[in-house]
Design a binder for this molecule. Structure first.
Ligand code: TGC
Ligand code: FAD
Length: 396
């Protein structure tokens, strides 16, 4: 038995040495994305959040493409074919900067590209995926509608056949990257149930309106998509898509990335709070020396590390082909809630400074409101877990 007194003191930034079990290749990917994020994203992200937009989304897409993170977990068609853990690490490092930036990558790779990769024809895959992986084309994923959020099965967007064409009518809402996208993967009801369509955004009848006034995920473009008699050739249909399970299976991929991303946001808030507590003095000493502050830091380091362990375990299960979608729900439910607690405590440790953009904590806290809402709200994932453990569905 090893002697715990001789073990090295834990690193406050990785208390349980979760990253110690990463392979050399996984560590390389982590360090590459972390370095990119520190150089290319962190210096500007507060300004982007303040402005409520990403000023040069095409340049950003190209940089993400060059970095190799778009669809990095997919095989072939210009994608990196990386492991689930490697993809998770990339999400973690991006979301440590801002949830909106991880979202850019999730929507492109885990949603739009995954839908084409899973359900597309060879022609569709060759036409879209290499250029999306390279960041030359931006994709979005339209599932949610104004009246169908948690219950996407109630969607009203319809696709009807007209000769060999398809004609799409409906409205999608809250669509990330909608108004900067070249291609939209749109889910619609047909006579055969829900199917997916690849819609070039320059198709006549397609328009996108940017949502303004968001107080969360401000460094991200969110849009309404309007489909007004959009006529598409027969080959716009994703031939392998069939039923609500098709879009939901794409969501699993994005939710998995969010599990890791939440760890990144939590870690960034915890680190900011540690730094601030060590230097901010009140009553003649650093606030880190007060018992109440230490309790907050203890809660935070536990939340960050438990969330990191959950993410890694899900990644290992996924790489072994054994990750069930309700286990992804477990991760989204647990890790996003942990990140919200950490962000809230970090904000309180920062006092008044914590409400400014000079520190990252309120920005993360506000972003996490979106992260807890999209890709299945906290309640939906609680019900998914409840269903899994009881066998009784309580959704309706
Ligand atoms: P239900 O009858 O339970 O399921 C219909 C079919 O789908 C299967 N299924 C799944 N398959 C794969 N993965 C999953 N996670 C699945 N969940 C269910 C299910 O087995 C069934 O298959 P079959 O063969 O029997 O037909 O459907 P329901 O209508 O009762 O709804 C279930 C519920 C509530 C869990 C689902 O609708 C849901 O997940 N709602 C939340 C909606 C949501 O998450 N929307 C996200 C939109 S995209 C987004 O937010 C992008 S944010 C940007 C970013 O990611 O950064
Ligand atoms: P509702 O479904 O109306 O829920 C409102 C409240 O009711 C929630 O608290 C919910 O948990 C609760 N509730 C609903 N049903 C139940 C139930 N059965 N039991 C208990 N409580 C329940 N969608 C896309 O398709 N593509 C995107 O790219 C995308 N990006 C987004 C980006 C942002 C910034 C945001 C905010 C959202 C995005 N979404 C996207 C939409 C997102 O997926 C939905 O907001 C989410 O699914 C919830 O739907 P809703 O907002 O309509 O809330």
């Amino acid at each position: 038995m090893s002697d715990p007194r001789k073990a090295a003191a834990p690193d406050p930034d990785d208390f349980l040495d979760v990253d110690g079990s990463l392979s050399a290749e996984e560590r390389d990917i982590r360090d590459t994305v972390r370095g990119f994020a520190a150089r290319e994203l962190l210096p500007d992200v507060a300004d982007w959040f303040d402005a409520g937009t990403i000023p040069e989304p095409r340049a950003l897409a190209k940089s993400f493409g060059d970095l190799g993170v778009f669809g990095m977990h997919l095989d072939g068609y210009g994608c990196a074919g990386a492991s689930a853990v490697a993809y998770g690490l990339a999400c973690r490092e991006l979301e440590a900067v801002d949830s909106g930036l991880r979202s850019f990558v999730s929507v492109q790779g885990s949603l739009a590209m995954t839908a084409i990769h899973k359900f597309g024809s060879e022609e569709q895959k060759n036409a879209w995926l290499p250029r999306m992986a390279a960041g030359e084309l931006i994709g979005c994923f339209g599932l949610t509608e104004p009246d169908s959020g948690s219950d996407p099965g109630s969607m009203r967007t319809r696709a009807r056949r007209d000769g060999s064409d398809w004609v799409l009518d409906g409205t999608k809402m809250w669509i990330t990257n909608g108004s900067i996208a070249d291609v939209a993967v749109v889910w619609a009801t047909t006579e055969e149930g829900i199917r997916g369509f690849v819609v070039p955004t320059d198709a006549p009848g397609f328009s996108a309106n940017t949502v303004h006034g968001k107080l969360s995920l401000r460094a991200s473009v969110t849009s309404e998509l309007v489909l007004d008699g959009v006529r598409l050739p027969a080959d716009a249909l994703l031939p392998g898509s069939s039923g609500l399970g098709s879009p939901l299976s794409c969501l699993n991929e994005a939710r998995y990335g969010i599990v890791w991303g939440a760890v990144g946001a939590a870690r960034a808030c915890y680190r900011a709070a540690l730094d601030y507590a060590a230097t901010r003095e009140q009553f003649g000493r650093p606030i880190a020396g007060f018992q109440l502050t230490q309790r907050k830091l203890a809660d935070m380091v536990v939340d960050v590390n438990q969330a990191a362990l959950t993410a890694l375990q899900l990644g290992r299960l996924k790489d072994a082909g054994r990750c069930h979608h309700t286990q992804v729900s477990f991760g989204k439910f647990a890790c996003v809630a942990a990140a919200q607690r950490v962000a809230r405590e970090a904000r309180s440790i920062h006092g008044a400074n914590g409400i400014t953009l000079e520190y990252p904590v309120l920005r993360h806290m506000l972003n996490l409101e979106t992260v807890a809402t999209y890709e299945g709200t906290e309640e939906i994932h609680a019900l998914s877990l409840g269903h899994a453990v009881t066998g009784i569905s309580a959704f309706r």
